[in-house]
Design a protein around this ligand. Structure first.
Ligand code: UD1
Ligand code: PEP
Length: 420
């Protein structure tokens, strides 16, 4: 297993570009299963999760054709096998996103249950209940979701008890080819849902209300190919901004968007950062200062994203003052806390709340990455810690951060990978 070795020290200073968003690219790749023609997807990030998804689509018969500028062409009409095996689904929960498109386009699907993971149990009951109310017959046997429908799915009004991002995406995709109207109530409003809906509309889907909590979909008979560029990754962008803020440094992130990061930028300003935004860039400057501690409460978009919680725990660990960070989305998303404490942080956990007392500095230590954003928090903490930190199990970070060491080197970090 690869490791990252980071020697902490100077402030972050430099410019870096944001990659395409993992959490938009994954549903969009799966949406290609709905089309009767080639879908060309641009600005795809080069990430392990993307490779896993392409392998999964390849097993179904959809062979990717590589294009220019990180683009790829996929044709849903090539599907020969509607089966998503455990050995691929276990690598990446977002594989569940093939369920809705396969069922809607081909009338059946066998998809392994994703199972629990480090950050929480993450059930998919709301995906399944929604598909059942659209007429699907679903059985769970041998760890597989076996779903079929006689003829086509039909439209339905579906109320989500809990706001779910991939649940909204799965049902949104399924509804595009259903008979009649589907209304998704208490739908997720994340920017990645808007990006997916815009791609589906280019494929010929009839969707209104995406970006609000009520999405209305009129089913159409078929969808065609299209071209779509994936939106920038707001979580990667936010991670670079926090790295600069923690080290009293400055950064300009390009090829990104400020409008989808409002809650994060507000917290960075509260921490003392000066932030200036342009059409497709964000510049942050801490002017050499130590950040002030900021309280955080995660919640569905547009509130503060759970995917930025670990990075802000790291920031608070070295801030002036003390802070409370409350995680309301996942029941076990504080695995970074004990590793940060090994680096000298002073963080206590009480249920879903981290109570953080800022310390002047952290010290390098061997630490273990436990999930994607926990890994990111350890890497940025290591960049400001005294001495050397060894981050083990970094395959987690490779799921979601493209060329992490090259990009952080551009910002002045002393970071290298040791292949395992
Ligand atoms: C690939 C992708 O886009 N991943 C993101 C997506 O994950 P994901 O879509 O898996 O997360 P959800 O929005 O579904 O989860 C939100 C909450 O709903 C619960 N739930 C969800 C579905 C369900 O059927 N039943 C149920 O109880 C979950 O356990 C969790 O407590 O949104 C999360 C919340 O913003 C992000 O952290 C992930 O980065
Ligand atoms: C939790 C995340 O991803 P996934 O849902 O793919 O596990 C994430 O991107 O932070």
């Amino acid at each position: 297993m690869d490791k990252l070795i980071i020697t902490g020290g100077g402030p972050v200073d430099g410019q870096v570009w944001a990659s395409g968003a993992k959490n938009a690219a994954l549903p969009i790749l799966c949406a290609s299963l709905l089309a009767d023609g080639p879908v060309t997807i641009g600005n795809l990030p080069h990430l392990q999760d993307i490779t896993t998804t392409l392998e999964l689509l390849g097993r179904m018969g959809v062979e990717p054709v590589m294009g220019e500028r990180l683009s790829i062409q996929l044709d849903g009409s090539q599907v020969t096998d509607c089966h998503a095996p455990y050995e691929l689904v276990k690598k990446m929960r977002a594989s569940i996103l093939v369920l809705g498109p396969l069922l809607a386009h081909f009338g059946h699907a066998d998809v392994s249950l994703p199972g629990g993971c480090a950050i929480g149990s993450r059930p998919v009951d709301l995906h399944l209940r929604g598909l059942e109310s659209m007429g699907a017959d679903i059985r769970v046997e041998g760890g597989y979701i076996r779903a079929k429908v006689d003829g086509r799915l039909h439209g339905a009004t579906i109320f989500f008890d809990t706001v779910t991002v991939t649940g909204t995406e799965n049902l949104l995709m399924a509804a595009t080819l259903a008979d009649g109207t589907t209304v998704l109530e208490n739908a997720a409003r994340e920017p990645e849902i808007i990006d997916l809906a815009e791609c589906l509309i280019k494929m010929g889907a009839d969707i209104r209300g995406h970006g609000t909590d009520t999405i209305v979909i009129e089913g159409v008979k078929r969808l065609h190919g299209c071209e779509h560029d994936v939106m920038p990754d707001r979580i990667e962008t936010g991670t670079f901004l926090v790295a600069a803020a923690m080290t009293g440094g400055r950064v300009k992130v390009t090829r990104t968007r400020a409008d989808m990061l409002e809650a994060v930028l507000a917290k960075l300003e509260e921490a003392g950062a000066e932030i200036v935004c342009g059409d497709d860039w964000i510049r942050l400057d801490m002017h050499g200062k130590r950040p002030r501690a900021v309280n955080i409460r995660t919640a569905p978009y547009p509130a503060f994203p759970t995917d930025m919680q670990a990075q802000f725990v790291a920031l608070n660990a070295v801030a002036k003052g003390s802070a409370r960070v409350v995680e309301t989305i996942f029941e076990n998303r504080f695995m970074h806390v004990q590793e940060l404490n090994r680096m000298g942080a002073d963080i206590a956990l009480e249920g879903n709340t981290a109570l953080i007392t800022g310390v002047e500095t952290l010290s390098g230590a061997p630490v273990m990455a436990t999930d994607l954003r926990a890994s990111a928090s350890l890497v940025i903490a290591a960049m400001m810690a005294e001495g050397e930190t060894q981050v083990d199990r970094i395959y987690h970070i490779d799921r979601g951060y493209e060329c992490i060491e090259e990009k952080l080197q551009q910002l002045g970090a002393c970071i290298r990978r040791i292949p395992g």
